[in-house]
Design a protein around this ligand. Structure first.
Ligand code: CU
Length: 269
């Protein structure tokens, strides 16, 4: 393992994001792991952890999923097919097992130069890491190289989950924040009570509103202002992320596979 941070968990790993690659371990023990995620690139990046169904491995994703997915994506991007046709094609051309891939959470989108911590519970198995944020040209970062396999081994980390002082509960399109948001460092527990029926799940975003910014603009162009967050977790699962606040205004939001669900503005005194 690269590093550990005794204050957060006795099992932490460091992952660096560049434009466009991850520097990450190939293997981690099962149980609770804290992903310390630093964006060393010049674009915003996130890191989703996805579990590959039993009997399949990252090579199967790379050889059976990525090629048809990319081809269909380019056709859609270049206006050759409609969104509806793209979904239809995905249904036909992606292998059946792909629909059993499960998103397990991960560090949310962060601006260049920032670090965030996400703590997740993972069972042994084959996983992949991916950032599918898009470049200005509409290219997925994953196509450019931000996708790699991760093996979660039978060895078990004895790490306990962190103690949270803020709780966020997601229930369909509701986002409920409990706890006192003050300047300083917080640990936020994200509980997924219920995911919307359509799509894969919710992403939680936290963005800082700089003085003079128009909130509507930030809602539309969230990417450059995000400081931390948690990506899609399975229903019933809890994940944790760190939140460093200063006095000022912040936006807390959740979206479901691309659709903004809820936005809450919070003023930190
Ligand atoms: Cu990225």
């Amino acid at each position: 393992m690269h590093s550990s941070d005794a204050d957060r968990s006795d099992h932490a790993i460091t992952i660096l994001a560049e434009d466009y690659a991850f520097d990450a371990p190939d293997e981690i023990p099962s149980g609770w792991t804290t992903f310390e995620y630093t964006n060393e690139g010049e674009e915003p990046h996130f890191l989703i952890v996805a579990r590959i169904p039993e009997g399949k491995a990252f090579d199967d994703v790379a050889s059976q999923v990525t090629p048809p997915f990319n081809e269909i994506w380019y056709e859609l991007r270049d206006g050759e097919i409609s969104q509806e046709e793209a979904f239809e094609k995905l249904g036909v051309e992606l292998p059946e097992w792909f629909w059993a891939v499960e998103f397990m959470g991960g560090p949310g989108l962060i601006s260049p130069g920032l670090t965030t911590h996400a703590t997740l519970h993972l069972e042994p198995g084959n996983y992949y890491l991916e950032c599918y944020a898009k470049t200005d040209d509409g290219e997925f970062h994953s196509i450019e190289g931000m996708m790699r396999g991760l093996t979660v081994t039978d060895a078990r980390s004895e790490a306990a989950p962190p103690e949270a002082d803020i709780d966020i509960t997601l229930s369909n399109f509701e986002l409920d924040i409990e706890g006192t948001l003050t300047p300083g460092t917080h640990t936020v527990a994200v509980h997924v009570a219920e995911n919307p029926e359509e799509g894969f799940g919710h992403n939680v975003h936290v963005a800082r509103i700089e003085p003079g910014m128009d909130v509507d603009e930030i809602v539309r162009w969230m990417k450059p202002f995000e400081i931390t967050g948690m990506l899609m977790l399975p229903e019933g699962q809890t994940g944790y992320f760190t939140l460093d606040l200063e006095a000022g205004r912040y936006l807390f939001g959740a979206d479901n596979t691309g659709h903004l669900g809820v936005m809450q503005e919070v003023n930190i005194e």
